[in-house]
Ligand binder design. Sequence first.
Ligand code: PLP
Length: 225
Amino acid sequence: MKVESKLKLIQKQIQEACHKVNRDVNDVKIIAVTKYVSIERAKEAVEAGIIHLGENRDNGFLEKWEALGDKPVWHFIGTLQSRKVKNIIHKVDYVHSLDRLSLAKEMNKRANRKINCFVQVNVSGEESKQGMEPSEVKKFILKLKEFENIKVVGLMTMAPLTDNEPVIRSCFRKLKLLQTELQKLNLDYAPCHELSMGMSNDFSIAIEEGATMIRVGTALVGEDD
Ligand SMILES: *Cc1c(COP(=O)(O)O)cnc(C)c1O
């Protein structure tokens, strides 16, 4: 199926989810995650009207960036090794995986402008998941004050891989609660107004629970049907 048709379906689901909880559809941005697909398919997404693109590895990111240029808004959504920071830092608009001080330090050193970051939180507590423990996030954000090139725009999480809707919902709800608490601190370097949560299988739930950016790969650009 063409990206354009898939996008229409997703937009409809976004509308339904927003309607359910009285949210404005304009408050939810779609990031097309192109990590599994070709440059051609990523271009098709941009031509279909997609503005935000996400990649989770530095080589994939660079490959797509070289081909598509800096017109899209570029999101780095995967684990970021400190030694890879220099490869992407001048090309990226948002980093969704800030999860440790050493990474903040390296990004701050390499960047020549403020980088929009999400602190990645491991809400579900699964050992396999990246991100920091919810109880550590506030302390961490307070420490970021000294890094002039780091701006914390919000929090990011991945829900557990399960069909159990209440489990997924509770994960997103906890992130929203934490985000609300942090936003109340009113820090200019950490406005924390955004919530990056929801993927192909769970973005409707994420939107109902307050997601402002959803990261959709398979359902939007997947080529396998
Ligand atoms: C791959 C990936 C996605 C998108 O996954 P889909 O299930 O294909 O929508 C979203 N977020 C992160 C962090 C990812 O690595």
